[in-house]
Design a binder for this molecule. Structure first.
Ligand SMILES: [Zn+2]
Length: 99
């Protein structure tokens, strides 16, 4: 009986630990995307930092990365599609209301 209860507590604690570990992992992954190596000492630093926290040398913040060609193409296709639909709608409305 006691062993069973202990097992339940153990499972509950382990479940919480797993959730906590997952959150920690996700946070680390999110940080990883914005981490670059310091060009002077190699310490991982965040890409928006202006000074290395390790060697105190000045860093050039990467800022926002320019859009990739694929993303630009996608945005262009969506914009053109919306433009085409709106143009067709206006033409249809003009034809319908001319009569
Ligand atoms: Zn450094």
């Amino acid at each position: 009986m006691l062993a069973k209860r202990t097992q339940t507590w153990y499972n509950r604690i382990m479940k919480k630990t797993t959730v906590y570990e997952d959150a920690k992992k996700k946070k680390a992954q999110r940080l990883d995307r914005h981490t670059v190596a310091c060009p002077y000492c190699g310490t991982p630093v965040l890409d928006h930092m202006t000074q290395c926290p390790h060697c105190k040398k000045e860093l050039t913040p990467a800022g926002y990365q320019p859009l990739s060609d694929q993303k630009i193409k996608k945005i262009r296709i969506v914009t053109y599609s919306i433009g085409a639909v709106v143009t067709v709608a206006i033409i249809v409305l003009l034809i319908v209301f001319r009569k």
